[in-house]
Write a protein of this length. Structure first.
Length: 364
């Protein structure tokens, strides 16, 4: 998988940009605020149609502009595909895949897979469980298109149930709640199955990636108040349905759904220590990097073409030994790295690009 070119119009700091990257390693060098991360964000957006900064769509449109356009061409193992996204302050987003609207936006993931590391990714380890749930859900969706549909079905039913609970509380219609719970049970069971499969697929690659950065054994623990370890889909469906029914009166009083996949707790363990509470910052940062590299390795192993790797400011908080370990693990596939330091240029084989605040990206 390779990004042949990308064009940006009024996207973040770029008024107009045409960029044809190296098919292998690309190092984007520039001062803080020059637009390096904005370019990675645009590449990632063509894949997942969301900002990896969790920014709203209007924040992606340049100040003073009404619309933004992201266009790109992706070369796969068999064919080349074009992707175009139009963002507007006044209208709904428009997405074109090979000149046509895709049946499902999730189709873009199969044309352009991206694995991204950001400085804020430390929250994957030290932050709330929601960050780790999102990581597993994202990997599941990239591995199995049906996983994204299951996630959407569950989240829609959960929002509907919560909306009714918020509005009516103890007076909420129990038949309506039961209808939402039926959908939540089947879809939620699927979500957990996909998460556990993703965690299982990650584990051997995670240990290999972390082994280059630290000495500990890395494992996942998936904690749930309702989902039994090793249970089949039908058993999980019945278990979640029973848990929702049992919690219904409490949820009506609290006006929120208090049990389900949205409350599960995936934990990343270093030996027998919870990395969130019992690891140093260096160990946590190594664990995050290992998670991203392992995600890349999982997708590369399962598909004919490996994903694109996006590493934003990856070296800034690493000691020299860990930085060299990361450089040694850079794949032969296409990758994009950012740095504010000129001395990183000679350490990394590939093409170095100067990025300046005027919106230019020029090869050295």
């Amino acid at each position: 998988m390779q990004l042949d070119w990308i064009e940006l119009t009024n996207f973040r700091s770029y008024t107009n940009l045409e960029f044809r990257p190296d098919p292998a390693t690309n190092l984007l060098v520039g001062a803080n605020g020059a637009g390096k991360t904005n370019l990675l964000e645009a590449i990632s957006y063509l894949s997942g149609l969301r900002s990896f900064r969790k920014a709203p769509e209007e924040a992606l449109i340049s100040s003073g502009a009404d619309d933004a356009v992201i266009r790109g061409s992706v070369q796969g193992p068999v064919s080349t595909h074009s992707i175009e996204v139009l963002l507007s302050r006044e209208a709904r987003r428009k997405v074109l895949l090979d000149g046509k609207r895709p049946k499902r936006n999730s189709e873009l993931r199969s044309r352009l897979r991206c694995v991204t590391f950001l400085p804020d990714d430390l929250e994957l380890v030290k932050g709330s469980a929601g960050q780790r749930r999102d990581l597993l859900d994202d990997l599941a969706a990239q591995r199995r298109p049906a996983a994204a549909a299951d996630q959407t079905d569950f989240e829609r039913a959960l929002k509907q149930r919560n909306a009714l609970l918020r509005a009516d509380g103890p007076l909420a219609d129990t038949d309506a709640l039961g209808s939402f719970e039926e959908t939540m049970a089947a879809a939620g069971a699927s979500v957990v199955v996909h998460r556990r499969e993703a965690a299982e697929a990650l584990t051997p690659f995670l240990q290999a990636a972390y082994g280059a950065l630290g000495p500990d054994v890395v494992t996942w623990v998936y904690e749930s108040l309702w989902a039994q370890e090793g249970a089949a889909h039908s058993e999980l469906t019945a278990s979640l349905a029973a848990a929702l029914a049992e919690r219904r009166r409490r949820d009506m009083e609290r006006r929120v759904t208090t049990i389900g996949p949205q409350r599960d707790e995936p934990r990343l363990m270093l030996d027998d220590r919870d990395s969130r509470t019992h690891a140093s910052q260096g160990e946590q940062r190594s664990a995050v990097l290992a998670l991203r590299l392992a995600t890349f390795d999982v997708l590369a192993a399962e598909f004919d073409d490996p994903p694109i790797l996006l590493l934003d400011d990856v070296f800034s908080e690493l000691d020299p030994q860990r930085a060299e370990a990361v450089i040694g693990r850079l794949p032969g596939a296409q990758s994009f790295l950012t740095s504010a330091r000129n001395d990183d240029v000679g350490r990394i084989a590939g093409t170095a690009w100067d990025v300046d605040p005027a919106g230019k990206v020029v090869a050295r």
